[in-house]
Design a protein around this ligand. Structure first.
Ligand code: ATP
Ligand code: MG
Length: 595
């Protein structure tokens, strides 16, 4: 796995901020002005002491031409009020600008990331857990927020601290400047070394959180199975283990990050002691004004203490860059199947042809071998065969979820590889074996492929799919919420809904992967009735488990271990006395399913 180095992550982030750079600059200006105001009180303290000690020669007296000490103090108080007001104002403006900026950036990255992920081939998802992808699209992006909200501003703060305080120092005493600044290179070098040590640890934390989130999401979606197998205890232990791994990974990182502040404190102490000692010595000898001495002592504090925050900022930075690396790695994923550029003219005629197609998943063996199937436009063909024979795989090739290893799949005489896939998929209504319903109402699920359909159209589609009756019997009819993945419906009902959803789009081709052979007689009759209706005026390729549902098909293809072993009409196949005839005897005689 390639890892994007942190600097590059930052560069990419800056690139993404493109249209918002104006706001970044504005936020930086607010932070800077806030910082300037923030340094002022120390100078005021010095000035106040100066007024008391030097009276008519004081800094304030010279600046405003006022001799009376009390008046000078009042001037200082008024100045202080102004400074307080502006510091608050700029602090507020800086916070909202940075935070909104970070929200906007995150929103844009999240949206772009989702769009990119959605474009990837199905094969990509088959190799990965959705929980892992979720961790990147959710946790990693949130991680970015923590850095952008405060981190950028605090880096700027440290920078301006050094510049502003440095200017005050330099104007006062070169010796003290030197002494106060000695710890800075040590702190910076220490921070960088520390940052290098932390990086792999944070990467470990990110990997652990991905594991945690994929375990949680897998368990929540499989909760019914967990309960059915009374595996609660084992699964709870598993989650505990993964969570503990996460804790351990964090503990490693914490051990290092917590040691940072005490180390920095020592460097600060050294700098502070020097200022106190040397400044005090010079003030006693009269080489340094008392007020200025006070300013310098306070300023050293002001200069060095925020540097302990540098550790936390670098900490956030490291976490954010580890997250950014993962975000951009996902953003850089590209589909491996090249999109065709030709557009299938719609409405399609609906002719399907598999020409000497061989296919296997990933590096695996051939699942389909040398398959040639031709479905003329308007006909209904069936595919039957034992479980694992490759029937569903064949339909996936028709949708171009995968490309064949050799041979071609074509619609209306055009190789799918040359076609724009969004275009030709519009011509296919697909009912998969494991129907996916979205959390929403029955109506929304049926109208998924055509949200603008009228209630009458939705109802007509449901009638054709023999779903209307059972929908009316649901508590809220078409407005019944089906639950996540449609768990409030029966398997057969889900498939009816899915069929209705497909035919609402009125596709030229209907590809139907029947869920199961285990249906009662009534359902079987309903399936037959709806098949007769929905296959009219379109090409249909139906994978059937109950042979009786496809008796009337124009042609039946029998798949055996990835090859077409027989083909013909029902009567021809029964007469031929091969595998189909044997299956037919079993299903009509003993009503045992073939899969
Ligand atoms: P059923 O009647 O049970 O639905 P089927 O004929 O539809 O079976 P397929 O789903 O096409 O069978 O599977 C054919 C073979 O391909 C099986 O051996 C299966 O293990 C394998 N297979 C299916 N999907 C994948 C995948 N995504 N990755 C790797 N192998 C797969
Ligand atoms: Mg199947």
């Amino acid at each position: 796995m390639s890892v994007i180095p942190p600097e590059q992550g930052l560069k990419r982030l800056w690139h993404h901020a493109g249209p918002h750079r104006g706001r970044v600059v504005l936020a930086a200006i607010y932070t800077t002005l806030g910082k300037v105001m923030d340094v002022m009180p120390e100078i005021l303290i010095g000035a106040a002491i100066d007024v008391v000690v030097r009276g008519q020669d004081s800094f304030i007296s010279n600046l405003f031409g006022v001799d009376d000490r009390w008046t000078q103090i009042v001037i200082l108080v008024i100045l202080n009020g102004f400074i307080w007001f502006f510091e608050s104002l700029f602090g507020y403006l800086s916070a909202i600008t940075w935070r909104n900026l970070s929200q906007t950036l995150e929103h844009e990255i999240r949206t772009e990331l989702y769009q990119n992920v959605q474009r990837l081939d199905l094969a990509y998802f088959e190799d990965r857990s959705s929980g892992g992808l979720l961790a990147v699209m959710n946790d990693d992006i949130n991680q970015l927020e923590r850095f952008l909200d405060g981190g950028a501003a605090s880096i700027l703060n440290v920078f301006w601290n050094i510049v502003l305080v440095g200017a005050v120092f330099a104007a006062s005493s070169w010796l003290i400047t030197l002494l106060a600044f000695i710890p800075i290179p040590i702190i910076v070098a220490g921070s960088i070394a520390y940052q290098k040590m932390l990086l792999p640890r944070y990467r470990g934390v990110r990997e652990a959180v991905a594991e945690l989130s994929s375990t949680l999401s897998a368990n929540l979606s499989g909760i019914a199975t967990i309960k059915a197998f009374t595996a609660e205890r084992r699964e709870a232990e598993r989650v505990e283990r993964v969570s503990d791994d996460y804790r351990t990974a964090n503990r490693e990182a914490i051990r290092f990050s917590a040691a940072f502040v005490p180390l920095i404190r020592m460097a600060i102490l050294a700098g502070f002691t020097c200022t106190l000692l040397v400044g005090g010595y010079m003030a006693l000898r009269g080489d340094l004004e008392v007020g200025l001495y006070a300013v310098l002592v306070f300023m050293t504090q002001r200069l060095l203490w925020p540097m302990t925050g540098l550790g936390e900022t670098l900490d956030q930075y490291q976490r954010a860059m580890a997250a950014t690396g993962r975000i951009f790695r996902l953003m850089d994923e590209r589909p491996t199947m090249a999109e065709g550029s030709e557009v299938l003219p719609l409405p399609a005629r609906g002719e399907i042809r598999f020409d000497r197609v061989s296919f296997g998943y990933a590096e695996g063996p051939d699942i389909l071998q040398d398959i040639s199937i031709h479905v003329p436009a308007g006909e209904t063909h069936a595919i039957v065969g034992a479980t694992g024979a490759g029937k569903s795989t064949l339909l996936r090739l028709l949708l171009r979820s995968h490309d064949p290893r050799s041979g071609t799949v074509s619609i209306d005489g055009r190789d799918l590889k040359t076609l724009d896939s969004a275009g030709f998929r519009r011509a296919i209504g697909f009912v998969s074996q494991d129907v996916f319903l979205f959390h929403g109402t029955v109506r929304e699920n049926i109208a998924f492929g055509r949200p603008e359909a009228t209630p009458e159209e939705v109802e007509a589609a449901a009638r054709a799919a023999e779903a209307h009756e059972f929908i009316l019997n649901l508590p809220q009819g078409y407005e019944t919420v089906v639950g996540e993945r449609g768990q409030k419906l029966s398997g057969g009902q889900r498939q009816r809904l899915s069929l209705a959803r497909s035919i609402l789009r009125d596709p030229a081709i209907l590809a139907l992967d029947e869920a199961t052979s285990a249906v009662d007689n009534e359902t079987e009759a309903a399936i037959q009735r709806s098949l007769a209706v929905v296959t009219q005026d379109r090409t249909a390729l139906v994978i059937a488990h109950r042979l009786s549902t496809v008796r009337d098909a124009h042609r039946i293809w029998v798949l055996e271990a990835g090859r077409v072993s027989e083909a013909g009409t029902h009567d021809e196949l029964v007469a031929a006395g091969g595998l189909y005839a044997a299956l037919w005897r079993v299903q009509t005689g003993e009503r045992i399913s073939i899969s």
